[in-house]
Design a protein around this ligand. Structure first.
Ligand code: 6PG
Length: 627
């Protein structure tokens, strides 16, 4: 990655000498900031007048422009006193993640002596003193002791810049490994860490590095201190470890080795509330924290996942070049990675993504069951799903089609898989979050509970004996009707998922951009689909997809099929909880006068909980003596 190296320090710290030497060494262009002063400044300085902040403004902006121009082609070295943070902010503008700061630091006496010994150079000691007074030591700079020889100074700067990694990846499970290869394939110099556990996890990082040629420049560690030391400061360390307590243990293990302003990125499926807590905790230690959803499984992580980072925006800017480079690209070639919002909003939307993923998977399982009941074998089911691609393509539809084609021996593999669906907890959290926020994500709950029901295998077999009446009428459905019911339920599911995001955004004041969220889900992630692509545009005009004229038209078109498929399913003892729930939810959300009046009356009857009346805008509460 091209970089601008700013060498800063008070007069006499040796900036120009070191800058020039370093630039020669790196084979990069060298610029002395003093050569870029506007005429007015030159005149002022010639008259011995000090420059004020206004005088410096244009000059610093010119240097910022110069840095940007250089970055387009290569790295460069720029020297400039840049004693105050606000000066450095101007130099840094829009290129934060591509600048490196080197502070040549020495004591007042050291520099004063040095200046006195310089031939033909005179600087009153008050002027030097005033420079020390205004110097705000840059926290993020590589600090170099000027008592070293120039050669050794250049050596140590080079060591910091070149011989250390730009990015650290902690935890080499399936996703961690794929992300390492992705980062390396994109030209980043990385360090990789995996713990050492005698007998079970030995030399994981070393062996992994040896396995892939793209990792030849990567460094492999099983010692935390050496891993952290190998990283350029401020360090960027991405954790790819199991969500939950492990994240906290890892953070505690890392903390003693970190420096102020280092950045930890949690790329696991962490709970969004925990992400907020960790963010606040690490702030007290001076460490920045970004929680990011990463979707796409092993292959996505390797070739380009969808990335959903949240936390402090300035911190995001520093890691954006890495995350945006390794992420999938949308159809306009923009990264499927965007700053989502503050706190744990990135992990929140990843959680909802997974909830929608559960529903998409469940719906495909249900339609396949119906197709099977119509007499189709797995190959025929795959053929039917294949024909749906034009109308309803998605990654999950594609993989499900492939799954139905897979044979093992003479039989299809799906016939041999135990019918108990597991989960790692994100669907559970989505359901809990929905309940907590008062949002009816009924399809996610339904898909989750279907997995739970599947787990009662032994009980299901037992109860089937006594309770299931095989009272089957003739199943009368076309493939197109099933497709339309499926499409209908998917629209309702996406409505619910985005509703949950939108309500969370309002409650937590996250100001999330639904269109951008849909956009970063158009590629790389598990729920990418043509429907999500459509939603990018829809969310530019509304936060409620059921108000989009195009979607209203489609929903109206699909309702008859949805009704028919669900009722035929009921009549034929086919369990279709998600398809059925989509219809029930649709009835609920479109009902003008709901049965909730009866619930209110019941509550008032037994608990004097009161109720409000129709045609009474006063919001007055009524209680009736029902006896
Ligand atoms: C993704 C997936 C990924 C993982 C799920 C599996 O977006 O890449 O969602 O995060 O496959 O966590 O979840 P369950 O084990 O709960 O099905």
């Amino acid at each position: 990655m091209n970089k601008v190296i700013f060498i800063i320090g008070v007069s006499g710290s040796g900036k120009s000498t070191i800058g020039q030497l370093l630039a020669d060494n790196l084979n990069s262009p060298f610029f002395d900031g003093d050569d870029f002063h506007p005429e007015n400044n030159i005149k002022k300085m010639a008259n011995g007048q000090p420059l004020n902040d206004d005088d410096r403004q244009d000059w610093l902006e010119t240097l910022n422009e110069l840095a940007k121009q250089q970055l387009a082609n290569n790295s460069c070295v720029i020297v400039c006193s840049a004693l105050k943070q606000k000066y450095r902010d101007i130099l840094n503008r829009d290129i934060e993640s591509k600048t490196k700061w080197v502070h040549l630091s020495g004591t007042f006496n050291q520099i004063s002596k040095r200046l006195q010994s310089r031939e033909g150079h005179f600087m009153p000691s008050e002027l030097l003193k005033s420079q020390f007074d205004i110097l705000e030591s840059p926290k993020e700079a590589i600090q170099i002791d000027i008592s070293l020889t120039p050669e050794n100074i250049v050596k140590s700067i080079k060591h910091e810049l070149m011989n250390t990694s730009e990015f650290g990846l902690f935890g080499l499970g399936v996703m961690g490994k794929s992300l390492c290869r992705n980062l390396a394939n994109n030209g980043f110099k990385i360090s990789m860490f995996n713990r050492h556990v005698e007998g079970t996890e030995e030399d994981i990082a070393k062996n992994f590095k040896a396995q892939y040629p793209e990792l030849s420049q990567a460094e492999a560690f099983d010692d935390i201190s050496a891993f952290v030391k190998s990283l350029q400061q401020p360090r960027c360390i991405m954790l790819m470890v199991n969500a939950g307590k492990t994240i906290d243990y890892v953070i505690e293990d890392l903390l003693p080795h970190l420096s102020v302003n280092d950045i930890i990125i949690d790329g696991g499926n962490s709970n969004y509330k925990k992400t907020k807590e960790r963010n606040a905790y690490l702030k007290t230690k001076g460490i920045h924290f970004i929680g990011t959803g990463v979707s796409g499984g092993e292959e996505g992580a390797l070739k380009g996942p969808s990335v959903m980072p949240s936390g402090d925006k300035d911190t995001y800017k520093k890691i954006a070049p890495f995350l945006e480079k390794i992420s999938a690209k949308d159809k306009n070639n923009l990264p499927c990675c965007t700053y989502v919002g503050p706190e744990g909003s990135g992990h929140f939307i990843k959680m909802v993504h997974n909830g929608v993923e559960y529903v998409e998977m469940q719906l495909l399982a249900e339609v396949a069951t119906i197709l099977e009941a119509l007499g189709q074998n797995p190959d025929e089911i795959a053929n039917t799903l294949e024909t749906w691609k034009n109308a309803a393509n998605s990654y999950l539809l594609e993989i499900t089609t492939a799954i139905f084609r897979k044979k093992e021996g003479k039989d299809w593999l799906v016939h041999k898989i135990l019918d108990k669906a597991e989960n790692k907890g994100t669907g559970n959290w989505t359901t809990i979050a929905s309940a907590e926020l008062g949002v009816p994500s009924t399809l996610i709950a339904s898909a989750l509970f279907s997995r739970y029901i599947s787990f009662y295998k032994e009980e299901r077999v037992e109860l089937n004996k006594n309770l299931k009446k095989e009272n089957v009428s003739e199943l009368n459905l076309t493939s197109n009707e099933i497709l339309e019911a499926y499409q209908f339920a998917r629209i309702i599911s996406h409505y619910q998922g985005f509703k949950l995001i939108s309500e969370a955004s309002n409650t937590f004041l996250w100001h999330l951009n639904l269109s951008e969220i849909a956009r970063i889900w158009t590629n790389g992630c598990i729920i990418r689909s043509t429907l999500i692509e459509e939603l990018v545009e829809v969310f530019k005009h509304t936060t409620n997809i059921l108000t989009s004229p195009k979607l209203i038209e489609r929903v109206n078109q699909y309702i008859p099929s949805a009704k028919k498929v669900v009722s035929e399913g009921v009549l034929n003892d086919i369990t279709t909880p998600a398809l059925g729930e989509a219809l029930q939810f649709f009835y609920g959300i479109t009902t003008q006068y709901a049965s909730a009046n009866i619930i209110q009356a019941q509550r008032d009857y037994f608990g004097a909980h009161t109720y409000q009346r129709l045609k009474d805008d006063s919001e007055k509460s009524y209680h009736t003596n029902w006896n």
